[in-house]
Write a protein that binds this ligand. Structure first.
Ligand code: SAM
Length: 337
């Protein structure tokens, strides 16, 4: 297995003391802030690679290894630092985002710019949020002067998105797997600003976001997201498209806001409570907050579902109708106006 495990402990913006690559301990490099005092060595074997990985890198057109070595950056697994090295794929994702001159883009985790550069070349203005100081330094030095580019050195999960995000724009991201869930939850809160998103996620996460009734895949965030966005899988991306290669296959998804879609608090609350007890019957878990057990049972049957239905027996679009039938919320049409 290809694994890079940074030592636990250091804050996100500090360099790890050492990393583990395929079981070997490799000395970690200094932060870019120390570049002046200790010039990085290009020959340092920071990334012992398997032969198939070497050939993947050799055919790459983006000089990722050189850039990482020059800026003394050791990719950190816990920040999801697997960088796309195929420029054609970067362009394909940007084309899918449908942006061009005049578009506003919010990019999460620009890394070394695999998506940022084609986004800027399309004529779009890009606000990019990057947590890693060394990577941000590198990006600032390489593309910081390009017109239309704004770099924000922050944790996207902590920053107030309403302050930094364009008033309306497209979100583009090759998402670090560790933050996919919380970021999608934030997307739900900022739906008015983000009518479209093109995101690369772990294939299994994509499958969960696209799951239907009867499967175990859906969770509360996926249901809420699907009530706001039409979610489509565009294509899959193999491990070899990244350096270092991640453990999993990725999928690129397009999310398009359903015109007028909105979530009210009772709907959010009901979905969240139901999925917190996903093995229990809805008429039991929702009887305190939505309606009596009898009313819920009747509403489920009117919906064509069993009165013993659990959350995973419902399609996302069943939820507003269920709550409306149970008398807990106004008509979805009224809410969507
Ligand atoms: N977009 C680049 C690409 O496609 O090659 C890099 C993608 S890499 C999978 C994820 C990037 O997100 C890394 O640059 C990482 O440092 C950054 N990142 C991780 N967690 C973050 C967070 N909480 N806020 C902002 N950026 C984050």
């Amino acid at each position: 297995m290809n694994r890079i495990d940074a030592d636990p402990g250091p804050a996100a913006t500090e360099a790890p003391a050492s990393v583990r690559w395929k079981g070997e301990r490799v000395r970690a490099t200094m932060d870019v802030g120390e570049r002046g005092s200790s010039p990085p060595s290009r020959s340092r074997p920071a990334f012992p690679l398997a032969p198939h990985e070497v050939s993947a890198i050799a055919t790459a057109k983006l000089p990722l290894r050189e850039t990482l070595a020059r800026y003394d950056i050791v990719p950190r697994k816990r920040l999801g630092q697997s960088f796309l090295h195929d420029p054609a794929l970067g362009r394909r994702i940007v084309t899918a985002a449908g942006v061009g001159p005049g578009s506003e883009v919010l990019e999460i985790g620009p890394g070394l710019g695999a998506l940022t550069i084609p986004l800027l070349e399309s004529g779009a203005r890009v606000t990019a949020i990057e947590i890693d100081r060394r990577i941000a330094d590198c990006l600032q030095e390489t593309i910081g002067e390009r017109p239309g580019f704004t770099l924000i050195r922050e944790d996207v999960l902590r920053i107030d998105l309403t302050e930094v995000a364009p008033s309306t724009g497209v979100l583009v991201a090759n998402l670090p797997y560790s933050i996919t869930g919380p970021l999608l939850a934030r997307l739900i809160d900022h739906v008015d600003r983000i009518p479209r998103a093109v995101i690369m996620v772990q294939r299994e996460v994509g499958n969960r976001l696209l799951a239907g009734a009867g499967g175990r895949g859906l969770g509360a965030p996926a249901v809420l997201l699907r009530l706001l966005y039409r979610v489509r899988r565009l294509f899959e991306v193999g491990r070899g498209a990244f350096y270092p290669p991640p453990d999993v296959v990725s999928a690129v998804l397009a999310l398009d806001r359903i015109p007028g879609a909105a979530l009210d608090s009772s709907l959010r609350q009901a979905v969240n409570i139901a999925y917190r007890h996903r093995r229990k019957m809805l008429r039991k878990t929702l009887k305190e907050t939505v309606a009596s057990e009898e009313v819920l049972a009747a509403a489920l049957v009117a919906l064509g579902r069993s009165d013993r239905a659990r959350p995973e027996d419902l399609e996302p679009e069943d939820w507003p109708v269920l709550l409306e039938r149970a008398g807990a919320r106004s008509s979805p049409r009224e809410k969507r106006s």
